[in-house]
Design a protein around this ligand. Structure first.
Ligand SMILES: [Zn+2]
Length: 305
């Protein structure tokens, strides 16, 4: 492999680099080994004690690609984002109405029916009290993870960690008519619909939840949301789900216009879900009372906010 090479193998390499945390902000995974990819490769080599040479040895490439692509766990370690797996814990009886139930049990969906992810903001920043932290053995993150077992989502991301809340074939009511065919990812926090207008939601759907200032979408929150998204995509596909699309809750609900909001859409979906995980957005798609992805969120937007 040389500087200037083009093709699918370069694209795979670029995807692996991005998964390993080596960003390609200008050109992304464009299938061309230009300056940006070259420098990222050099960084990877130096960080992993490979000798850097102008011709990139097959050993480096294969080590990297196999590590990143065949082992999501290894990629997880590289992002160093921990998760809390609560899938085996029972569904709290108080939230059973958030699931499709039959005979007292949550309905398991046919994996072939699930072809996408719906991304949300929780609209509230969850907190835990002393008693809840104590009940979690003093682990505040675990306490938060347990707390959001009542949130209707397959995964919830926080600052620096995320949950594996429910088995991915659980039929959860999280996004109206998108429930049947998508996995639900909730990003903890209250975020404005538009980045440059923090008051957007005071006038809009989250008005009842809006208390003072919004949550800051820190780097730790972005990384955890990316890691959670990757978990849903990788695990879902492993189960046989043909996961291809990513939707905003806005696309299925008139009252969720700001869900998940511009910043999450840009940083988690457009900068990661699409280029790295290979997901497709469907900006014009709506179902039920939903609205298209807006111009302000996305260069391919289909409507004003
Ligand atoms: Zn939502």
């Amino acid at each position: 492999m040389r500087y200037g090479d083009k093709g699918k193998h370069i694209r795979e390499l670029q995807v692996a680099l991005q998964r390993a945390g080596y960003e390609l902000p200008t050109f992304g995974a464009d299938g061309h080994l230009g300056d940006e990819t070259w420098e990222a490769l050099q960084d990877f080599a130096l960080d992993h004690n490979f000798i850097w040479a102008p011709e990139i040895g097959d050993s480096l490439v294969s080590a990297m690609v196999s590590q990143m692509q065949e082992s999501p766990e290894a990629a997880d370690n590289l992002l160093r984002i921990p998760s809390y797996d609560l899938q085996e814990e029972p569904v709290p009886s108080t939230v059973s109405r958030k699931f499709r139930m039959r005979g007292g049990k949550v309905v398991r969906r046919a994996v072939s029916a699930v072809d996408g992810i719906t991304i949300h903001q929780t609209g509230v920043q969850f907190g835990v009290n002393e008693r809840q932290i104590e009940a979690a053995g003093g682990d505040e993150r675990l306490a938060l993870a347990k707390r959001v077992k009542k949130v209707a989502a397959h995964s919830v991301s926080f600052d620096g960690f995320y949950t594996k809340s429910y088995p991915l074939d659980f039929y959860i009511y999280h996004a109206g008519l998108l429930n049947r065919k998508t996995l639900g990812l909730e990003v903890d926090g209250l975020y404005s619909g538009l980045m440059d207008d923090p008051d957007t939601e005071v006038r809009e759907d989250l008005a009842s939840l809006w208390r003072g200032s919004p949550t800051e979408l820190t780097e730790g929150r972005v990384k955890a949301a990316k890691a959670a998204l990757r978990y849903l995509v990788d695990e879902g596909r492993k189960l046989g789900m043909p996961i291809k699309y990513i939707y905003a809750h806005r696309q299925s609900s008139a009252t969720r216009r700001s869900d998940p909001g511009e910043e999450i859409w840009r940083k988690v979906v457009l900068e990661y879900g699409v280029p790295v995980l290979g997901l497709e957005t469907r900006p014009a798609f709506t179902i039920g009372t939903g609205r298209p992805i807006p111009d302000e969120w996305d260069p391919d937007g289909q409507a004003p906010y």
